[in-house]
Design a protein around this ligand. Structure first.
Ligand code: RI2
Length: 311
């Protein structure tokens, strides 16, 4: 099956990380699928439904770790197994996902903001819209806060965080990733995002997150994860492991200076155990990592039903 150009470029934009961030790639994929569905007749026959699912699978294959991508597409196609399907219903589900993603971020920001006290220094890693939403709100409310942010090698997403926060007038200090332990005594609270949350409360996020969590744990600093519930992975409930994306070696060392035979490992995510996590700020409230299973059941319903969509 050949895909329309806009589908291929959405795939490339996500794969190359031109569009990145677990929430943003999910929204971009749904907007792209929406475009494809809008070209379909109102009554979708099984042949056309197969085509829609193929496009969804293709978009999902652009990046392997963030479950937000897969969950967003599954949300749209939740009832695709039914005999009768209408494009207007699918388009409504696309819009519903996009709107929910927006309002979830707003709610997460409000809850995270409550956890930030006047005078606090917040450490954040990488660039997470969810994690910085509370920081921005605290600043806008007039709280006198400071932010320390990691540069997040090798892709330097920390530079986006610094720019966004500095442009809003926050007091931001960028540090190299390896300086987290040096600076942790100055930190009052750590806030990071998530790409995937497993049924047993493990958080998969940007490489280095687990080190930050270990240092926060050692220094007895609260470690909060800010993430929408659509970042919970239903397949982890049936024992699937989260696959960690390995990106090209030239993101770590350019090919022209790489000695012959040098091996490079570039995993872009790691796993933080629930023992290091003070809480997860979601749109339904601040939850314990140990309660993820119950939230998953409440938000997603029948897991078997979700998995049979086949994406
Ligand atoms: P939001 C990013 O992944 C980072 O790991 C970040 O913490 C996470 O997505 C969540 O981001 P990448 O795309 O959804 O930079 O909170 O590899 O924006």
């Amino acid at each position: 099956m050949t895909f329309p150009d806009y589908v291929k470029s959405a795939y490339e934009d996500i794969k190359s990380m031109k569009i990145r961030g677990a929430g943003r790639i999910a929204i971009h994929a749904v907007k792209t699928l929406r475009m494809y569905i809008s070209e379909m007749p109102e009554k979708i026959n099984s042949e056309n439904m197969k085509k829609i699912i193929r496009v969804a699978k293709f978009l999902n294959s652009s990046r392997p770790t963030a479950i937000s991508l897969k969950n967003s597409l599954r949300f749209v196609l939740r009832y695709s197994y039914r005999e009768e399907n209408y494009s207007s219903d699918l388009l409504k589900r696309c819009d519903m996902f996009i709107e929910t993603a927006k309002t979830s971020l707003e709610k997460i920001g409000n809850i995270a903001e409550e956890r930030i006290k006047d005078g606090d220094t917040i450490l954040t890693h990488c660039n997470s819209n969810a994690a910085i939403s509370g920081i921005i709100k605290a600043h806008e409310k007039g709280k006198n806060i400071k932010v320390i942010n990691t540069e997040s090698r090798p892709a330097f997403q920390g530079r986006i965080t610094s720019r966004v926060l500095a442009e809003k007038g926050l007091d931001v200090t960028m540090i190299v990733d390896s300086a987290v332990r040096y600076h942790i005594p100055d930190v009052d609270i750590v806030m990071v995002g998530a790409d995937t949350i497993t049924s047993n409360g493990v958080v998969i996020n940007k490489i280095g997150t687990s080190q930050v969590a270990a240092f926060a744990h050692e220094a007895r600093r609260p470690f909060l994860v800010c993430a929408e519930t659509y970042k919970i992975s239903p397949e982890t409930l049936i024992g699937n492991l989260v696959s960690i994306e390995e990106r090209p070696s030239n993101e770590v060392i350019p090919d022209d200076i790489k000695p012959d035979g040098l091996k490079v490992s570039n995993p872009v995510f790691d796993a933080t155990p629930p023992e290091y996590i003070t809480g997860i700020v979601t749109e339904i409230g601040l939850i314990s990592p140990h309660s993820v299973y119950y939230v998953m059941k409440e938000k997603m319903g029948d897991i078997e039903d979700i998995l049979r969509i086949g994406i």
